[in-house]
Each structure stands twice: as structure tokens, then as C-alpha cells.
Design a protein around this ligand. Structure first.
Ligand code: NAP
Length: 494
């Protein structure tokens, strides 16, 4: 057990009680005590920030029971009132943006300005679904038989289990919890073990905003044990997961026994295509944003840059110049562009990918190794002349490495882009309208950035195809994943 809190973070918070070393079950904070716990570390320093309890399966089951009990009340709360509670939660999140950003940077590593951006992004989902809560409309359909009417009713799915990753510790939580609560569902959330404190701080603010006990629960501890309980418990009617494809597959299979509705936001291998009619400075700016945001640790991060031969050198020179200027350091420090990676395994993975590419003939032109700061820091990296047989082309790097691939024709560029099991995000830069339409339609991804590297907002239907997932989050479509459609055939009423 370790209950020591980071000496530097708590005094810096304007509201220190936002840092909770607890789980949250049925409206009760289960503080870390004598039982098993998980230590949470600052990835920039390796120091312990604090601990959360490692709950046993029985306590997870209790959380599900609380959520099932609370569902019977929450589903009946008028939509307008659910919307008010969500709106109040949004306002409290924005009011505490500095504290939340500090907690987020301390446990996750991203720069403070990116952390503030993530809190705003996270809050935007709460605001959006506060508005959508009031617009869950049914339908009345003309029936085949004279005198009959068909009624279509949308009802909340029930208890939702949500499992989230460490790369967006706030936004991945609200992108699930806000639509669930708006729809009238209740939630049991398992945040990533590396970053539970942001989720817990959001729950403190949710409690302040009037989310009733049992409507939003947070369980911490062994991923496998919690995952098994959530998947096998018949009271859980939906599983929403964001994380790796490998774990998503496993959770889908386990959920099959209880036939749950599932949403899967999984890994990506985003192509970023620069065609010969692209505006090259714009393409460089787009690639910088989509590659190096969050130290390359986003699911929609550019993973392969495909550049048409006639603009290959021009793009590479400008891009390499921009990458060499990135400033690396602790996310908490001023003037930093790139923080640490989440852990030592992530650094080792990147070193392996570079070694494999070099062995197969690629050339490192910027960075290429662990940063001199040591620990979890890795140099912003560019690797030229990457080819499909290299791991850098096939695997999600999830780090600050930009592999560049040369191609000749438009058809070849599209074929390379689609040559992956993943299909989350894709980007391309081109100016000819016929090409823009052709490439947009041909890319096998759920989202496409056209002459932009920034695609995420609460308005965009976010999600992937192929091995990148099932379902959409955010947008006017996102609430559907938390609703069931019930049909009523009404006879003899007319
Ligand atoms: P991960 O290893 O799959 O973990 C994600 C979550 O699943 C964590 O809460 C983790 O818990 C939990 N988990 C791990 N193994 C489990 C098991 N056997 N049973 C139940 N739960 C389990 O992914 P990550 O490393 O945190 O996140 C990076 C991945 O997420 C990347 O592939 C990225 O592309 C993807 N991602 C996708 C989206 C999207 O919207 N499509 C968004 C963000 C990230 P512990 O932390 O306790 O291990």
C-alpha cells in the first residue's frame, strides 16, 4: 500500500480534495486503505502521485448492483432535469479547469496547455449531450394494416460498463458517461490504472453537480478481474470500451456470453497522404499537429506519412526542419511541445520499431532514439523511405515517430493507405476537387481530415471501421449507442 501524495501537486490545487485516492461506488468514496492498491506514477519523474484501491470482484459486483438500482430512478427523471444536471457538471468542469489540467498532466504527461485543451474537449461532450438529452425523440409510422399505428420508442439501454485508456484521461470518460447519463443509463467506469485521478476528479464535480448516488460509479483495480466481472454480469447491458484492438477483441468475446450491446473505439494506423497538388506548408503544419500531439499517443495520430514522389523532397525538408525544433521536457514546464511517453515499455517499443526499420533499409533523419533527458522521454523522430514490410508501417507506434513512405500514382497512394487492418482516421492534402472527392470516398477509415490534421470535436461522429471498432461517439449519432428502439404496433385505435 502507498498513500503518499505527490508533495508538488496537492498544494498547487485550488481545491485539493479533487485528488481522490479512492474508488466511487453507490455514491460512497472507498478510500485506499489497508487492502491492495495501485500506485499511480508521474511519467515525467517516476514519482508516486498516490494510490487507488484494487477492488475485489465482489465490490465491482456491488457497484453494478448500485448502478442497476439507480437506473430505475434515473431513467424516470425527466430529460430536461437530466440535462440540467449535465449542464451543471459541465460548468463545474470548466470552473475547475486549472486543477483538472494539473492533475491530468501530472498523471499522464502531456503539456499543461494540451491538458487544458483536453479538459475543454471533455467538457464539450457534457455540454453537447446535455442538449441532446432533450431530443431523444420517438416516431409514429404508418402501418401496413388499416387502422393500425406503429409507435417507435427510444429507451435507455440500462447499466453501461465503460473501460477507458490513459491517453485522454478526461475526454474518453465524458465521451461515454455524458451520452449514457443523457439517455437515462447509469455507468460503472473502469479508468486506466495509469490515470485514474482525472476520472475521480470528474466524479467529484459530477457529485457536486447533482448526479445521484449510483448513477456514475468508478471502480479501480485489476483490469482482468474488473473486465471479467463487467463482461459476465447480466445486469450490465452495454459495454463501451476505448483502448487497444487486442483488448477490445477479448472484451467483445467475453461479452458474448451475456449478449451485450457493445461499442468499441480501438487502435488505428492513420495514413496521412500528401499529393502532388497539395499546399506543402499546410501539409507540414497538418502533419505536425496530427503526428506529435500528445507525444504521438492519440488513436487518430498520423502513423504513416505517404508522399507523392514529385513533392517528396520538398515535404521532407520542411517537415524535418519543423520536427527538429520541437522542445521536449516535463509537461508541467513552460515552453514545452512534447512531454514524456506513458512508461518505459512505450519507449522500448519505439526503439524496437526504429531498429527494425533501419535494418530493413529506412533512414532516420531526425531523432531516432531515447531522449537525453532519460526516463520516459523519446526524441521527436522522422524516418524516411519506410516500406510496407517494416513494423513501422504495420504497427500503431503510439509515439513521436513519423515514418515517411514514397509513392508515385494516386492509385498507389490510396492502396498503401488502405493496406492495414485498421480503419480509424485518415488524412490527405490535395487541391484538385475531383481528387478530393475520389480519395475521400476511397479511404477505408471512419474519419477523414481533408487538408487538415485536426478532426476531433464533439460535433464529429467519432469512430472507426475494420479492426478500429464498432459504433460512433460524440455528435448527434453518439447517443444512439446508449438507446434501444422499442416498436409498438397499436391496433384498432382508429
Ligand atoms: P489498453 O491496454 O487496451 O487499455 C485500455 C483499457 O482497458 C484500460 O483501462 C486497461 O486497464 C483496460 N484493460 C487492459 N487489459 C484488459 C483486460 N484484459 N480486461 C479488461 N480491461 C483491460 O489500451 P491503452 O494502452 O490504455 O490505450 C492505447 C490504445 O487505445 C491505442 O491502441 C489507441 O489507439 C486506443 N485508443 C483508441 C481510441 C478511439 O477512440 N478509437 C481513443 C483513445 C485510444 P489498465 O489500465 O488497468 O491496464
Amino acid at each position: 500500500m502507498n498513500t503518499t501524495t505527490d508533495e508538488t501537486i496537492v498544494p498547487a490545487l485550488s481545491r485539493p480534495e479533487l485528488l481522490r485516492q479512492s474508488a466511487y461506488v453507490g455514491g460512497t468514496w472507498l478510500d485506499v486503505g489497508e487492502g491492495p492498491s495501485i500506485i499511480v506514477r508521474n511519467p515525467a519523474t517516476g514519482d508516486a502521485i498516490g494510490s487507488v484501491p484494487a477492488l475485489d470482484a465482489e465490490t465491482v459486483r456491488t457497484a453494478v448492483s448500485h448502478a442497476a438500482h439507480a437506473f430505475q430512478e434515473w431513467r424516470r427523471v425527466p430529460a430536461k432535469q437530466r440535462a440540467r444536471v449535465l449542464r451543471a457538471w459541465h460548468d463545474k468542469v470548466i470552473a475547475h479547469i486549472d486543477d483538472l489540467a494539473l492533475i491530468l498532466t501530472t498523471e499522464q504527461g502531456k503539456t499543461l496547455s494540451e491538458a487544458r485543451g483536453e479538459i475543454q474537449y471533455a467538457a464539450s461532450f457534457i455540454e453537447w449531450f446535455a442538449e441532446e438529452a432533450k431530443r431523444i425523440n420517438g416516431d409514429i409510422l404508418p402501418a401496413a394494416a388499416d387502422g393500425n399505428r406503429i409507435l417507435v420508442l427510444k429507451q435507455p439501454v440500462g447499466v453501461c460498463a465503460a473501460v477507458t485508456p490513459w491517453n485522454f484521461p478526461a475526454a474518453m470518460v465524458t465521451r461515454k458517461v455524458a451520452p449514457a447519463l443523457a439517455a437515462g443509463c447509469t455507468v460503472v467506469l473502469k479508468p486506466a490504472s495509469a490515470t485514474p485521478f482525472t476520472a475521480l476528479a470528474l466524479a467529484v464535480l459530477g457529485e457536486d453537480a447533482g448526479i445521484p448516488p449510483g448513477v456514475f460509479n468508478i471502480v479501480t483495480g485489476s483490469a482482468r478481474q474488473i473486465g471479467d466481472e463487467l463482461c459476465q454480469n447480466p445486469l450490465v447491458r452495454k459495454l463501451t470500451f476505448t483502448g487497444s484492438t487486442e483488448v477490445g477483441r477479448e472484451l467483445m468475446a467475453k461479452s458474448a456470453t451475456t449478449i451485450k450491446k457493445v461499442s468499441m473505439e480501438l487502435g488505428g494506423n492513420a495514413p496521412f497522404i500528401v499529393f502532388d497538388d497539395a499546399n506543402i506548408p499546410d501539409a507540414v503544419a497538418g502533419a505536425m499537429f496530427s503526428k506529435f500531439r500528445n507525444s504521438g499517443q492519440t488513436c487518430v495520430c498520423t502513423n504513416r506519412i505517404l508522399v507523392q514522389a514529385s513533392v517528396y523532397d520538398a515535404f521532407c525538408h520542411q517537415f524535418e526542419h519543423a520536427v527538429s525544433k520541437l522542445r521536449v521536457g516535463p509537461g508541467i514546464a513552460d515552453g514545452i511541445d512534447q512531454g514524456p511517453l506513458i512508461d518505459a515499455a512505450a519507449v522500448a517499443h519505439l526503439n524496437e520499431l526504429v531498429a527494425d526499420a533501419e535494418a530493413l533499409g529506412a533512414t532516420v533523419t531526425v531523432g531516432g532514439k531515447s531522449h537525453s533527458l532519460g526516463g520516459n522521454f523519446f526524441m521527436p523522430t522522422v524516418v524516411r523511405d519506410v516500406a510496407p514490410e517494416m513494423r513501422l508501417f504495420r504497427e500503431e507506434a503510439f509515439g513521436p515517430i513519423a515514418p515517411i513512405v514514397r509513392f508515385d500514382t494516386e492509385e498507389e497512394g490510396i492502396a498503401l493507405a488502405n493496406d492495414t487492418e485498421y480503419g480509424l482516421a485518415g488524412y490527405f492534402f490535395a487541391s484538385r476537387m475531383d481528387r478530393v472527392v475520389r480519395v475521400f470516398e476511397a479511404l477505408e477509415t471512419g474519419m477523414v481530415g481533408i487538408n487538415t490534421g485536426a478532426i476531433s470535436s464533439e460535433v464529429v461522429p467519432f469512430g472507426g471501421i475494420k479492426a478500429s471498432g464498432i459504433g460512433r461517439e460524440g455528435s448527434k449519432y453518439g447517443i444512439n449507442d446508449y438507446l434501444e428502439i422499442k416498436a409498438g404496433v397499436l391496433a384498432g385505435a382508429f
